[in-house]
Ligand binder design. Structure first.
Ligand SMILES: NC(=O)c1ccc[n+]([C@@H]2O[C@H](COP(=O)([O-])OP(=O)(O)OC[C@H]3O[C@@H](n4cnc5c(N)ncnc54)[C@H](O)[C@@H]3O)[C@@H](O)[C@H]2O)c1
Ligand SMILES: O=C(O)C(=O)C[C@]1(C(=O)O)C=C[C@@H](O)C=C1
Length: 292
């Protein structure tokens, strides 16, 4: 991308907003990368770490002369933030976001504007880590990771193209799908494993009869539970704003576990071996040696 934008405002300069800002700033794809948020210390740090060029805690200043807004706040903060920016955002400015669920953000935008603006491009980078805040921002975070865009039929193709070019410049791989399919797929592949990790750690923590149980954990537990160190606000909001799909996949998983409990109780060696073999083959084929 060589078209240089005038001013990009990142609302929520944390892990994701900060990583996006830092990458775009280093590539010089906007004359100014401006940060806005509810935590001034964090915004000062963002300037010190050269993640953004400038910041404000006043939304009018943040929106002035801005031609693209990236919303990278927790899902529950999307609507209040949109309400505050709406009176000040230039009409031609593109709005995009990084929220982990898509339909809820589309609903929030529609509610605040009274219609779905053609310059709104919903997005979700499929990259992250268990840390949050601007100190964890990494300009390489999105390299070789998918970014899903879920535009509506009415979304301007020029706006989609601009957002796509920014992510491609960060070496991400952009894919377009419907918001409904997005929310279903990521409930199964991202939201479900996070909730399972939180549940396992919480369950062991609640069993004092096991003593200092975490002392006896090693690589397996560490791999499975890493994501239980993720931010509680972010995961509370994802659980609430994609609740239907998440509850559906949790129920499916519970049924699956019930079946496995029966196999273990019956000591059904053959069925257990088959299940573990199928799962190992699927993971080895699709994740360990992933080609695309
Ligand atoms: N962490 C991940 O792995 C990951 C990956 C992809 C997408 N996301 C999504 O990206 C978004 C941001 O996540 P993150 O991990 O960067 O979180 P973060 O906690 O690192 O950053 C969030 C930032 O938003 C600011 N903020 C919170 N409420 C605000 C409000 N009401 N007004 C203004 N600023 C506010 C905070 O000060 C903070 O700087 C979330 O919607 C999340 O679902 C996260
Ligand atoms: O790697 C991690 O720590 C993540 O949690 C990143 C992860 C995921 O892979 O599930 C989490 C939530 C996002 O919306 C996208 C990516």
């Amino acid at each position: 991308m060589r078209t240089v934008l005038n001013k990009i405002t990142v609302i929520g300069v944390g892990l994701i907003g900060g990583s996006f800002a830092k990458g775009i700033k280093q590539l010089g794809l906007a004359k100014e990368i401006h940060g806005f948020g509810n935590n001034e210390e964090n915004l000062k740090m963002a300037v010190d770490l050269q993640v953004v060029d400038s910041y404000s805690t006043d939304i009018q200043t943040a929106m002035q002369d801005c031609d693209l807004v990236m919303l990278a706040v927790p899902l529950g903060a999307m609507q209040p933030v949109l309400e505050s920016l709406r009176p000040h955002i230039p009409q031609s400015a593109i709005i995009t976001d990084a929220g982990s669920a898509k339909q809820s953000v589309i609903d929030a935008v529609t509610k605040v504007f009274g219609y779905l603006p053609e310059n709104f491009v919903p997005g979700h980078p499929i990259a992250g880590k268990e840390q949050s805040g601007v100190a964890a921002a990494d300009d390489q975070l999105f390299v070789d990771h998918r970014v899903i865009l879920t535009p509506a039929e009415s979304t301007s193709s020029a706006a989609v193209e601009t957002v796509k070019k920014l992510w491609l410049a960060l070496d991400a791989r952009v894919e377009v799908m419907s918001a409904g399919f997005h929310d279903e797929v990521f409930a199964a592949t991202s939201h479900l494993p996070h909730l399972l990790a939180f549940a396992l750690v919480e369950m062991l923590h609640e069993h004092p009869e096991l003593g200092n149980v975490f002392k006896y954990t090693a690589g397996g537990f560490r791999d499975f539970s890493r994501i239980a160190s993720s931010d509680a606000t972010m995961w509370r909001d994802i659980s609430i704003y994609n609740h239907q799909a998440i509850a559906k996949w949790m129920t499916e998983y519970r049924d699956y576990l019930s079946g496995m409990i029966e196999l273990v109780e019956k000591q059904d060696a053959e069925a257990l071996y088959e299940l573990f073999t199928t799962a190992k083959q699927a993971r080895d084929q699709h994740i360990v040696n992933k080609q695309d």
